[in-house]
Design a protein around this ligand. Structure first.
Ligand code: NAD
Length: 370
């Protein structure tokens, strides 16, 4: 099985432990004084690759409202490893074929889909049909049509669906959002957003169109795209995009680098770039009639750094994955919709499809509405 390069990890991660140490002291309404384990919702992780191993499983050890209850893997060797490391008994360990039996596993409330992108729809729909709430990694799916099928399946099963948009729980992003929308810098005139890294191992699934649905744009460009949407609180109306390729062998199937411009109804224009063939592109700036807000670095796991014209704005560090899961658990228990619902994933895919359409047609493309 191909594995991703370490340099993707290097781009996103710094030690999560520091964030854990400083972050997550807040108690929820369903945490008892003694922090009863019984009241935590059980999470089944589907796909035990890099993200599950290095970020999500550790975050589940510190989560206030979730616990690791089960795992689903296609790699038999991982069954024992995970059972030993996390004390999971064999009746809570599934492979992809046996997955549907999770319906009768009462310890599992949430299925967290952490597989290659093309597998997100199948496992989201199977999880919903098994009666579980679903947290699905980004990008939600390879196409907007699949996003709609996932939303419908969860709706029919009366289960909640959220997408792993961790930045929407990160204090610097939240502060930037609040300031941008509260006229702190006047009317936002432009946004500049860039995210990229140099991808390694040429055989990995991220470079296979069928599994990944696209290249840098699907994997990390989506962070830039989404940030423009949540800073403005608007959907892009039209998009023009261009792709550049310097390595036609490695990037034979997927995009290497894309630049795109998005227009919003209010008059804001966003200039975005993404790439799989450079290092250090990881910034987000909103410029208004009266000033600027900047995140640099912007999209990593722990190191977002916010500043305005007066200097750095100090904010607490948190574990983005633990906070994201805790928020989803709260939404389930309080029966309220997640702010990172399937609709958010669908809106991103509609904009991504407009970007690819613009590249192919060399024209400005209107973004389809939900
Ligand atoms: P990974 O390659 O490390 O792990 C993928 C897992 O899927 C592996 O356990 C692998 O065995 C399994 N798998 C099953 N069928 C496979 C197939 N046909 N080909 C390859 N692997 C297969 O990937 P990852 O980095 O853990 O990413 C998983 C998902 O999480 C992706 O959708 C990715 O976009 C997303 N992700 C999100 C973030 C974030 O910050 N939210 C960060 C990294 C990855």
């Amino acid at each position: 099985m191909p594995t991703p390069s370490n340099n993707r990890r290097d781009f996103l991660s710094v030690s999560v432990s520091a964030a854990v140490a400083t972050g997550m002291a807040q108690g929820g309404f369903f945490s008892s004084a003694g922090g009863s384990e019984k009241k935590k919702l059980g999470v089944a992780l589907v796909g035990l690759g890099s993200l599950s191993t290095n970020q999500i499983a550790p975050a589940l050890q510190t989560s206030q409202h979730c616990r690791l209850a089960a795992v689903v893997t296609g790699t038999p060797a991982k069954e024992k490893q995970w059972a030993d490391k996390y004390g999971i008994s064999t009746d809570h360990i599934y492979n992809y074929e046996r997955f549907d039996k999770i319906a009768s596993d009462e310890t599992v409330d949430i299925v967290y889909v952490v597989l290659p992108n093309s597998m997100h729809p199948e496992f989201t729909i199977r999880a919903a049909r098994a009666g579980k709430h679903v947290l699905c990694e980004k990008p939600m799916a390879n196409t907007a049509q699949e996003c709609r099928q996932m939303i419908d399946a969860c709706k029919q099963a009366n289960r909640q669906l959220a997408i792993g948009y961790r930045c929407q729980f990160e204090p610097s992003h939240l502060k930037m959002m609040e300031l941008a929308r509260s006229n702190e810098i006047g009317t936002i005139k432009r946004i500049d957003a860039g995210v990229g890294f140099k991808i390694g191992e040429p055989a990995q699934w991220r470079l296979r169109q069928k599994l990944a649905g696209g290249g840098a744009l699907m994997d990390v460009g989506i962070y830039a795209l989404q940030a423009c949407r949540y800073l403005t609180g608007e959907e892009p109306v039209s998009i023009i995009a261009q792709e550049s390729k310097t390595d036609a062998v490695k990037f034979a199937e997927v995009d290497e680098s894309i630049a795109w411009m998005m227009s919003f109804a209010s008059g804001t224009t966003a200039y975005c770039t993404t790439s799989y063939n450079l290092n250090g592109l990881n910034q987000l700036t909103a410029t208004g009639s009266d000033g600027f807000l900047r995140l640099d670095p912007a999209f990593g796991y722990t190191d977002a750094n916010l500043e305005n014209s007066r200097g750095k704005i100090e904010l607490p560090k948190i574990d983005q994955f633990a906070t994201e899961m805790d928020d989803f658990a709260t939404c389930i228990l309080e029966n309220k919709p997640s702010k990172v619902s399937g609709q958010e994933g669908l809106k991103d895919l509609l904009a991504i499809e407009a970007i690819y359409k613009s590249i192919n047609s060399r024209a400005v493309v209107e973004v389809e509405r939900v």
